[in-house]
Design a protein around this ligand. Structure first.
Ligand code: GSH
Length: 209
C-alpha cells in the first residue's frame, strides 16, 4: 500500500496517473497548497522541499519527494512503463529529465506570470511564454512520426502530459502543435489518466483542445 500526498496540480497528477497505470493500491491524502498545508511539520518530514507530491511506500518504508524520483521508483518497483536496460531505458530517462528541467519549471513560470499576475511583469510574461512555446515545439518535433516520446507509452509521457493539460492557462494554442495535440488526445482517453486526473478530488473535465 502506498500513501500519496498530493493536490490537483500537474506535478501531483503525474504520480496519481502513474499509480493508476501501474495498478498499485494507494491512499490519496489531500495537501491543499492554497492553504499552506505543504508547510505542516508532518508533511515536511517526508517532503522537506515543502512541495507536493510525495509518497510513502508502506511495503518498504521508503518516503520520497520529487516526481522524477517517484516515477522511477514506481517503474522499478513494478517493472512497468520504463524499459529495464539499455538505450530504451536512457531515452525514457532523457525525456523524463527534459520534463523536470524544462516544461515543469518553465510552464510553472507561465502560470505564475501570465495566468495569475498578468500585466505586472511584461518582460517575464514574454520570456516564459516564448520559452513555453519553444518547449511545445521541441515536443511536437519529437512526436513527429512517433506515438509516444520514448518508445512505448512510459513514465516520460506521464510526466509531460499533465503540464500540457494546462494549455489553456498557458494561453498556448495546441492546434499549432499537431503532433502534441494528437499525443495529448490519445493519452487523455486512457482510463487510468481520467481517474488519476481527479485525485485527490474532482477537478472537472480534462481540458480538450
Ligand atoms: N520538482 C518538484 C516540483 C513540485 C512542485 O513544484 N509542486 C507544486 C505543485 S505543482 C507545489 O507543491 N507548490 C507548493 C508551493 O509552491 O508552495 C517535483 O517534480 O516534485
Amino acid at each position: 500500500m502506498i500513501d500519496l500526498y498530493t493536490w490537483t496540480t500537474p506535478n501531483g497528477r503525474k504520480v496519481s496517473i502513474a499509480l493508476e497505470e501501474f495498478g498499485l493500491p494507494y491512499t490519496a491524502h489531500a495537501i491543499d497548497i492554497s492553504k499552506g498545508e505543504q508547510f505542516a511539520p508532518d508533511f515536511l518530514k517526508i517532503a522537506p522541499n515543502n512541495r507536493i507530491p510525495a509518497i510513502v511506500d508502506r511495503d518498504t518504508n521508503i518516503a520520497l519527494m520529487e516526481t522524477g524520483a517517484i516515477l522511477i521508483y514506481l517503474a522499478d518497483k513494478t517493472g512497468k512503463l520504463m524499459p529495464k536496460e539499455g538505450e530504451p531505458r536512457y531515452r525514457v530517462l532523457e525525456w523524463l529529465m527534459w520534463q523536470m528541467g524544462g516544461p515543469g519549471p518553465m510552464l510553472g513560470q507561465v502560470h505564475h506570470f501570465v495566468k495569475y499576475n498578468p500585466g505586472k511583469a511584461p518582460y517575464a510574461e514574454e520570456r516564459y511564454l516564448k520559452e513555453g512555446n519553444r518547449l511545445y515545439k521541441v515536443l511536437d518535433t519529437r512526436l513527429e512520426g512517433r506515438e509516444f516520446v520514448a518508445g512505448d507509452y512510459s513514465i516520460a509521457d506521464i510526466a509531460i502530459w499533465p503540464w500540457i493539460a494546462r494549455f489553456e492557462w498557458q494561453t498556448i494554442d495546441m492546434k499549432q502543435y499537431p503532433n502534441v495535440k494528437r499525443w495529448y488526445e490519445t493519452i487523455a482517453k486512457r482510463p487510468a489518466v481520467q481517474k488519476g486526473y481527479q485525485v485527490p478530488k474532482d477537478a472537472g473535465p480534462i481540458p480538450m483542445p
